[in-house]
Ligand binder design. Structure first.
Ligand SMILES: Cc1cc2nc3c(=O)[nH]c(=O)nc-3n(C[C@H](O)[C@H](O)[C@H](O)COP(=O)(O)O)c2cc1C
Length: 234
């Protein structure tokens, strides 16, 4: 098994090349009910040759809308045969100790669900003599995908005096938006509001300023506190 983590900007410079002997399992977060645009750019560089693919979206307990359908369509265009799909729940990017949304997800039950999903995929693959006999999976979603793919350009991160300039926030930022020489400086044109820097700060020195992201955090906390269940399609 080879794991390709495309979280860092450098990792997304390399195109993924796969063959019919591989099984490609793709997991992407859901942004505004869609595949995040920056991941779309990387996904569109995949060079696959009849590679069976499993499409997985992870969302923050609100909704995944058309993200799974979009992911399936993108990988099919790149030469994959989408044979299975799933939607799992992960702690919401905007969740924090004051306003937790989907805290602790994926949990043990989610992981058991994923293991069962894996068994179903193996059964499906073993049932066919060749990949061309595998059916293409049906997943929920509608056209046009809709939603908003443009993200907020917002200065929403506050850094307090606990910051030791350890630089960990700059290392975990998937966009290279945090200045590695001064952690308080964020290029908000690049920032995708994923909050990875806030969550990863060992000092707890980074937090949200009042504004649209903080308001969204409260909305999510109030409206989406009923735990959603994972779904898989095969
Ligand atoms: C800009 C943005 C938009 C998001 N949109 C949605 C959404 O439409 N539905 C949802 O349930 N979660 C949404 N989320 C939450 C993420 O899908 C979820 O937290 C996911 O686990 C994040 O993965 P990560 O921790 O790898 O970034 C959004 C998060 C961000 C930052």
């Amino acid at each position: 098994m080879e794991v390709v983590d495309v979280t860092s900007p450098a990792a997304r410079n390399k195109a993924l090349v796969t063959t019919a002997d591989d099984l490609l399992v793709l997991g992407v977060p859901v942004y505004m009910g869609r595949v995040p645009a920056l991941l779309g750019e990387w996904l569109n560089t995949i060079q696959a040759s009849n590679t069976p693919a499993v499409c997985v979206v992870v969302y923050g307990n609100r909704a995944y809308e058309n993200a799974l359908l979009e992911l399936k369509d993108v990988v099919a265009k790149r030469g994959c045969i989408p044979i299975a799909g799933a939607a799992y729940i992960g702690e919401h990017s905007f969740s924090d100790s004051g306003m937790l949304t989907a805290q602790g997800r994926p949990d043990e039950e989610d992981k058991n669900h994923a293991a069962e999903f894996g068994r179903k995929i193996r059964e499906k693959m073993n049932s066919a003599a060749s990949i061309f006999q595998l059916s293409v999976v049906d997943v929920p979603g509608t056209y046009p995908y809709g939603g908003i793919t443009e993200l907020w350009d917002v200065d929403f991160i506050e850094v307090d005096e606990q910051c030791s300039q350890c630089g960990h926030c700059a290392e975990v930022c998937p966009m290279g938006a945090v200045d590695s020489n001064n952690s308080a400086v964020v290029d908000h044109g690049k920032c995708i509001t994923c909050c990875a820097c806030i969550k990863a700060c060992p000092q707890g020195a980074r937090m949200m300023k009042p504004g649209p992201v903080k308001d969204a955090q409260a909305r999510l906390f109030n409206l989406y506190n009923e735990p959603k269940q994972p779904e898989c399609f095969i």
